[in-house]
Design a protein around this ligand. Structure first.
Ligand code: C2E
Ligand code: MG
Ligand code: MG
Length: 738
């Protein structure tokens, strides 16, 4: 522990301020009191002078002892008011007043009255003399021994108290999470430790590394008259204070001066070089310095912890490139703001550099980084520290603060220059969105998403767009947007799979095919129905990558079926309009087939009736190509699209799927009105097969078979299931269906 801190004594003056030793003489003998006063006058002991206090009775003495806690020595006549008055006084001093440091020398006029050995021990008396033995010279020896004993006891007691405090305050130091809080604690603990009205500052060396330069430092914390210098550098301090701190940092050593002490905490122990200036108005004594030395070890550890903690914080909450808060920091602050009373007066502004990615590509990422640095600096300089400036991602920045300070027009104006639209090198405009938090209820990440959505919508109109979040308009969009983001994450997290639902030949009970159906299982196990995410994916174009994935999954299942000896079981894949209409759909489909090692004859493509009829010619062309490869085509949800018979005749398809809603009618409405029957007849007329969807009851199955539809799919036979489950199901199917 000794090497924690090196105390330099170079500047220590020879003496500290002179101590005063108080001596209390208790005797009812006026002559003796007078003689004592004479003997002690102008006497110097251990570098201090004597101050004599006199009491003529034990009562008076006990009052003085209660009042003065720093009496070094009591010269006490044994016999006073009563025979044991002196002994009672000592008992009160030790046990009632609790003073164990004041030394007691007993005096008696009569040698015969010497107290017994036990009395000396039990009453904590330090010396015993008859008055006649006490020559002036001996008195000096007696006093010197007693005062020395007193001084030592005082030092030990104060060290003990100090050590106790150090132990207690160390815990407090360890709990600090930032330098400012820790430094404030350090200063207040030192004040209590030294039991002095100290004022001081804690500073951290600001200039890195250069040992030859004159050190400068930032003031992290300050107390008393230094308070106003917090956050400033040393130049704001009185020259001699700044000089002392500099000397300490330069010498990398603790300084001990006549009126102050500057503790040094080296970088390797504290994370950075710290100096703690303590204005004690006098030089500290050895005990005090010894205590500070011990305490310094705790301080170093506390500072180091804080440095470590802030490094971790930095890693989690700081943008690596720009060294400003990142998205995490924004979310954390937004979360706090949304919960705070100030919420309604706060505003979030997001700004986005128009065509940043274009500039990045054209001029290189170095240039892009330069622009980002410019934006960050301009924003940071424009606001007080109360306003959070964060980089959310790429070229998207957030400004969160009071609406009196933050407004989009001013923010954008920061980047406009006279006669030139924007002062951002080759980047010429910004777009923004403003969200008044008063308008928002919800979590921080949803607030950010909603603000982003508004920004995205604003940017659709072009450059230099400035939107304001509108809670009424956004609700529905925001929900879809969130779902779309979640869907992308789900794809990446492998939460999307397909399940297969068997299709049965009602006559032979054989399984002729299976339909692959998309499944989204969220991390918490909840399923999202395809009808809520497929239409969204279709509307946003995300169906292209998603459809590719679903296709691959379906083809993998087909391969597994074939490998298990079920190559005759057709796998139906649902294909959406945007997918089918891709110019290279056929090539993509082909390469998926090859990659999976599946024959085209094992696959069927399902498109809905409405898709088939919408862009009829193109669809026909694609379907023809598919059929030419050997792939079968089914028209899904048939009966809902009102296709004309003449078009249907031209449609290159193998099978019509009777929509589930028409199967549901079976048994409910009369045969004449049943669309299912009409569909079966139409299929027969155009030469297509027909399959009924959503068959749930035996009655429905009997009815459709009776009306000429041989194939069916529905819960009556099986629900959609994962491929492995299907393989088991298939093994048992012949017995169950027999
Ligand atoms: P769909 O293509 O008409 O699929 C048939 C739907 O009926 C499936 O619903 C299936 O689980 C359900 N179903 C089958 N038998 C019964 C039954 O007996 N009773 C009842 N109540 N329902 C039955 P699911 O899986 O919810 O899919 C809904 C729709 O989502 C599909 O209708 C299809 O339009 C779409 N979809 C599903 N997977 C995909 C896919 O991979 N790609 C595309 N583009 N769309 C898909
Ligand atoms: Mg389908
Ligand atoms: Mg269907």
């Amino acid at each position: 522990m000794d090497d924690q801190i090196a105390f330099s004594n170079d500047d220590l003056p020879g003496t500290t301020s002179q101590p005063v030793w108080r001596v209390l003489a208790v005797d009812d003998d006026a002559d003796f009191q007078r003689a004592t006063a004479f003997a002690l006058s102008e006497l110097e002991l251990l570098g201090g002078r004597i101050e004599l206090i006199q009491a003529f009775s034990c009562r008076e003495a006990s009052m003085l002892l209660a009042k003065h806690h720093d009496i070094a020595l009591v010269l006490l006549d044994v016999v006073m008011e009563t025979e044991d008055a002196g002994l009672r006084l000592i008992k009160a001093l030790r046990e009632v007043i609790g003073n164990r440091e004041t030394r007691v020398v007993m005096l008696t006029g009569e040698p015969g009255l010497a107290p017994a050995h036990e009395v000396m021990r039990d009453y904590d008396i330090n010396d015993y003399w008859t008055k006649s033995e006490l020559s002036a010279e001996r008195l000096l020896t007696v006093l010197t021994a007693a005062v020395r004993g007193y001084a030592q006891l005082r030092a030990v007691a104060s060290a003990r108290r100090g050590l106790q405090m150090i132990v207690e305050s160390s815990n407090a130091l360890f709990c600090s999470k930032n330098t400012r809080e820790l430094s404030a604690k350090i200063l207040s603990e030192i004040t209590s430790l030294l039991n002095l009205q100290t004022e001081g500052i804690v500073c951290v060396r600001a200039d890195e590394g250069d040992a030859t330069a004159e050190p400068n430092a930032r003031i992290v914390s300050a107390s008393g008259r230094f308070f106003d210098s917090i956050d400033a550098n040393l130049d704001v301090l009185q020259p001699q204070v700044a000089a002392a701190v500099r000397q300490c940092l330069q010498a990398q050593q603790t300084l001990r001066l006549s009126d102050c002490t500057v503790l040094f905490f080296p970088r390797f122990q504290a994370g950075s070089d710290y100096a703690c200036y303590i204005d004690s108005a006098r030089a500290l004594n050895d005990t005090e310095l010894e205590l500070l030395k011990v305490f310094s070890a705790s301080i170093s550890r506390g500072l180091y912890n804080v440095a470590l903690f802030s490094r971790l914080e930095e890693m989690a909450y700081q943008d690596d490139l720009l060294k400003i808060p990142n998205r995490n920091a924004l979310i954390r602050m937004l979360e706090m703001t949304l919960k705070s009373e100030a919420k309604d007066q706060r505003v979030l502004v997001l700004i986005d550099i128009d065509n940043f990615s274009g500039a990045n590509t054209a001029f290189g990422t170095g240039y892009g980084d330069f622009i980002l640095g410019l934006v960050a600096k301009k924003l940071r300089d424009a606001f007080t520290p109360e306003v959070l400036i964060a980089r959310v991602r790429d070229d998207l920045f957030a400004i969160l603060g009071p609406q009196t300070q933050v407004n989009a027009a001013d923010v954008v104006a920061l980047f406009r220059r006279h006669k030139r639209p924007y002062e951002l090198g080759q980047v010429h405009s910004l777009s923004s969105v403003t969200m008044h938090l008063a308008d928002f209820t919800g979590s921080a990440s949803v607030a950010l998403q909603d603000a982003l959505l508004t920004l995205k919508q604003a940017k659709r109109l072009g450059h230099d767009q400035h939107g304001v979040y509108d809670p009424r308009l956004q609700g529905a969009h925001a929900e879809s947007y969130r779902m779309l983001l979640a869907l992308r994450d789900a794809v990446e997290a492998g939460q999307i799979s397909v399940e297969l639902q068997p299709q049965i030949d009602l006559k032979t009970r054989r399984v002729t095919g299976v339909e692959a159906l998309a499944r989204w299982r969220k991390a918490d196990g909840k399923m999202v129905p395809p009808l809520s995410f497929i239409p969204l994916a279709e509307a946003t174009g995300y169906i292209l990558p998603l459809g590719d994935l679903l296709m691959r999954l379906a083809l993998q299942a087909a391969k597994q079926l074939a490998d298990a000896g079920y190559a005759h079981i057709r796998v139906a894949v649902n294909v959406s309009a945007p997918q089918l209409l891709q110019h290279d759909f056929i090539e993509r489909f082909n390469s998926h087939l090859q990659a999976a090692g599946v024959l085209p004859e094992q696959i069927e493509v399902e498109i809905t009736e409405s898709v088939a009829m919408r862009t009829f010619d193109t669809v026909c062309e694609k379907l023809r190509a598919l059929r030419a490869m050997g792939v079968e085509v089914a028209i899904d949800d048939f009966g809902t699209g009102f296709s004309s018979l003449s078009y249907l005749r031209l449609l290159p398809a193998d099978r019509l799927k009777i929509d589930r809603s028409f199967v549901l009618e079976i048994g409910e409405v009369s045969d004449q009105q049943m669309i299912a029957e009409a569909v079966i007849q139409i299929a027969a007329r155009v030469g297509m097969q027909v399959i009924a969807e959503g068959v749930e009851t035996q009655q429905q199955a009997d009815w459709i078979l009776g009306h000429g539809c041989r194939q069916a799919q529905g819960y009556l036979f099986a629900k959609p299931m994962a491929c492995a489950e299907l393989l088991n199901w298939l093994k048992d199917w012949p017995e169950r269906s027999a």
